[in-house]
Design a protein around this ligand. Structure first.
Ligand code: SAM
Length: 285
């Protein structure tokens, strides 16, 4: 799809560029905040799976910049924002970048060091378990994720922001009031999840809420969120026409600095250059 055509077809894609967001996903986080007020009182926040960085931009604009611009701001009071991704991303003011794998314990240690050993007030994550296409397997992974969430957070809601396309089954889990099981040691996480995931598991865990009586007993509320006056994600954008009657598309706010497809483009360029050289040689001879 061409740039202008996507601008026209997808209102949030175009609006993101107009407002300087690196990706349209920024609106999803903003709309989740409208509903759940997730930024209130936040001083330490982690953005998992952050590249190209639109959620980190939201964190910078909503948390870091207002604190920095406040007249009585002190360096030590500024919120700490740590963003992690496998890919590098272009800098964002007030955001510390860590390039690494979020599933690696060493990455967690780096984040904890940035927070001087303190816990984060908020963790946002725009990653999801990969879908294999093997439905039983995918369902198992997803249900394990839900069980794991319920184990650590008494309040879990699935939120569908208005900017998330209706045609997509994407939804975001909003987990509140972190309260790990008594005596929980993060190093035991894998063992704990294995237990919870098995049919007879969880018997020796604290099941005071009764949610472990069976997988079917876990009901997670599903909430559509975002201001009702917000744009529908399937709405097209009425682009203003310029003098010659054509539409003016906008350039990306920040192209990825090291996209995974970079090498493929280089190889393609090199091979087409090689073909041109060969053609030139055969014409010359
Ligand atoms: N929230 C981002 C934004 O607003 O710009 C978009 C995130 S994008 C949908 C998903 C990201 O997850 C990709 O940049 C990918 O590199 C990252 N990712 C996937 N698996 C990861 C892992 N194990 N560790 C770190 N990052 C990962």
């Amino acid at each position: 799809m061409g740039k202008a055509s996507r601008d026209k077809r997808d209102i949030y894609y175009r609006k993101a560029k107009e407002e300087g967001w690196r990706a349209r996903s920024a609106f999803k986080l903003l709309q989740i905040d409208e509903e759940f007020n997730i930024f209130e009182g936040v001083k330490r926040v982690v953005d998992l799976c952050a590249a190209p960085g639109s959620w980190s931009q939201v964190l910078s604009r909503r948390l870091y910049l207002p604190a920095k611009l406040s007249p009585d701001s002190r360096e030590s009071d500024l919120p700490l924002i740590v963003a992690i991704d496998l890919q590098p991303m272009a800098p964002i003011e007030g955001v510390i970048q860590v390039q690494g794998d979020i599933t690696n314990a060493r990455t967690a240690e780096v984040v904890i060091r940035h927070f001087d050993g303190c816990k984060a007030d908020l963790v946002v994550c725009d990653g999801a378990p990969d879908v294999t296409g093997l439905h039983d397997m995918d369902e198992f992974v997803q249900s394990q994720l839900i069980l794991a969430l319920k184990l650590f957070f008494p309040l879990v809601t699935f939120a569908k922001p208005k900017s998330s396309r209706n045609s997509s089954i994407e939804a975001f889990a909003v987990c509140e009031n972190y309260s790990p099981p008594e005596g929980f040691n993060p190093k035991d996480l894998h063992r704990l999840l294995e237990k919870v995931g098995s049919p007879s598991g969880g018997e020796d865990l604290d099941c005071s809420s009764g949610w472990l009586e069976g997988p079917n007993k876990v009901y997670i509320p599903f909430l559509a969120c975002g201001d009702l006056s917000g744009y529908d994600s399937d709405r097209s954008y009425p682009l203003p026409k310029v003098a010659d009657g054509t539409y003016k598309s906008l350039d990306p706010v920040q192209p990825p600095i090291a996209p995974p497809y970079k090498r493929a483009l280089e190889l393609k360029k090199a091979s087409s250059h090689g073909i041109q050289e060969l053609e030139k040689l055969s014409l010359d001879s």
